[in-house]
Design a protein around this ligand. Sequence first.
Ligand SMILES: *Cc1c(COP(=O)(O)O)cnc(C)c1O
Length: 842
Amino acid sequence: MNAPLEDSLTPQIRVEDDRTGLSITTLRSALADNLFYIQGKFPGTATKNDYYMALAYTVRDRLLQRWLNTTQTYRKNVKVVCYLSAEFLIGPQLVNNLINLGIYAKIRQAVEESGLSLQELIEQEEEPGLGNGGLGRLAACYLDSLSTLEIPAIGYGIRYEFGIFDQEIRDGWQVEITDKWLQYGNPWEIARPEEYVEVKFGGRSEHYYDEKGNYRVRWIPDRVVKGVPYDTPILGYQVNTANTLRLWKAEAIESFDFQAFNIGDYYGAVDAKIVSENLTKILYPNDEVIQGKELRLQQQYFFVSCALQDMIRLLLSTEVSLETFHQQFAVQLNDTHPAIGVAELMRLLVDEHRIDWDKAWHITQNTFAFTNHTLLPEALEKWPIELFGRLLPRHLEIIYEINQRFLDRVRMKYPRDLGKLSRLSLIDESGERYVRMANLACVGSHAINGVAELHTELLKKTVLKDFYEFFPEKFANVTNGVTPRRWMVLSNPRLTRLITEKIGDRWITHLDDLRKLETLADDASFRQQWRQIKQETKGDLAAYIRKKLDIIVDPKSLFDIQVKRIHEYKRQHLNVLHVITFYNRLKHDRDLDITPRTFIFGGKAAPGYFMAKLIIKLIVSVANIVNNDPDVRDRMKVVFIPDFNVTLGQRIYPAADLSEQISTAGKEASGTGNMKFALNGALTIGTLDGANVEIREEVGAENFFLFGLTTEEVYGLKARGYRPFDYYNQNAELKAVIDLISSGFFSHGDVDLFKPLIDNLLYRDDYMLLADYQSYIDTQEKVSQAYRDRENWTRMSILNVARMGKFSSDRSIREYAQKIWKVEPVPVELLQLCPGGQCLLV
Ligand SMILES: *Cc1c(COP(=O)(O)O)cnc(C)c1O
């Protein structure tokens, strides 16, 4: 890979030394130095990973100046955004840091003059898979934009020892492999063991009167765990700001060990240590569904308590009153996973810092803001009262108190409306009693937002309707975005260079500048260059597919790609129905003049989600038949690329001609994959769902392949009584496709294998695939026809990119900053320069 851009920013250093210098000689010497002194290796015995580590430390050294000065700047009374998220899917760090530092070309030269391949070293990096999909990736894009916009921010989360599993495909089935991302060390993090905090669990609360006769409550836990922070710098693009991602690891409290040890229970003490450390061992691999496991609630409370205690400590260290907490911090809840923070902040303020309830409630409500991410009922988080009270007895009391005060207000507004009361209550009392985390988040926050216009409107009409009616002023929309640094500059260096040649590089931080490409859509030689780049990028992906899967795909065919978590609502199986329809048409008419296509799929299924795993099995089974059928050779291929993650996304999104965004209308909150594809010049085939609606609005209906029922039509059809079997019966081509699967054609004659999937479609079809089938097939035919007119396709591709400015995460973050957080940029000056440790010497 060539440097995406000329290096432009160089660290402001005064002395050329091994730790910060940027001359090629100094970089080479730093690399050799780190190999020897950090990895402890001679070049002769060093592995590729040793070299990667030496390089990573070389880059990290050049980042520290900015990072430490950023932290220093924030000690001075500035309002800091704290982004609380159970997931941060940040992707590999090396190249991103090279680009943001503006030292890519220099490092490449130094590495290559040392006889190494930069590309090979880049490929050594294990990405931190600390998230499931869209939600975790959004948090990562937001950190990038916060730093680039110079907004003071800290990301708080969990340092899972094992992130999202690695996916392998064996005999067509997904197999999960433990993600040992830390096994060879993580050069990007710095542990701060001295800044640990203690987190309590279990036990009981005790009510008493203090020395002044005030009523007080203290929590007597039966277990205490230590939270140790690990910090990763998040450098902005060509600015001095490097914010911190602070992830917490659970450890045992030593004094607990000793207690057990003193009474002779050495093994008991070690057991307690293991139990404590289990807390942050593993990321729950479920996307969009809650599993209700106790350990998960422990994880959530653990990192939220660590984060809030950390904020209070920061505040008190500056000698500012705790009563100004909400003026010093804006805390964003990324979904309900950190919503327990509402009760925890109340507990810290009232019980531990003796602030009275009303004042504490004012601080709490003005501190928190809540982002809802889903409309799926199975994703609405709730915890059985019994489990909750056993783990967090004091928080349950606080939640009851919040609820009582809130419901008193509800009763005033809606006298005698018991339905309202029971729907708004923080406690679900319809059967077994539960704590409703979304209700807690709504009551405890001053702002509530959805993640796309349609999603926010649907929130107001469905899952949060009663809250919208009660607190309309709290609701806002902030449409998601993606960072153009990672999702264009880093992942698509060819297109980055072409665009920058034509319109300059301002678009990287002001994505609306891409509009300047519009007029170039009419320039035939520009179109030729554009096409050439897509061709080369597809060639790279084809080479990857050949190397990893031994499947040969034609880069000249239309690359039709669907990569995202596997979920019934995302409807990968609707895509499969089209694949088989396409196959049948070719089989029935061997001379059919069809536009050749490569169908590419990727994505992980939750390990316990049987239907999702069966969909993967179906894709791979269809691929095996199609790819080995000489009748369709050269006209279609089907590929399932295993282990879709950020690193793979960086290869895949830029190589797409067609982006599949085909969820049932009203189910996908926003989507961000849709944005990454379109930004890289893919055209979208999609439903009116999530941010697709806004993408279509921006790029123009004529440059977007729309199909399917609208949300209203979906609701209407459900209400009238949806009978999927009728669609099957009345559509010969659909019937042929389903019958072919049922016949065992793709499963060596096994007629039972896909029966659960087929029966589900014929008799339930909650996601209405059969209702959307014909519209989807017809629109796919339009896609095929459109692709034949290469000049016009290229025109549409250029216009898509030119009009994607809105979907930069910079725009999203500016909206949060203005509408919700009320924060301003705080540029960082590099005041404390410390080249070569000289500040120690002064
Ligand atoms: C962007 C991204 C997602 C989200 O994709 P959607 O299509 O919006 O569901 C999931 N996983 C990874 C690795 C991503 O980069």
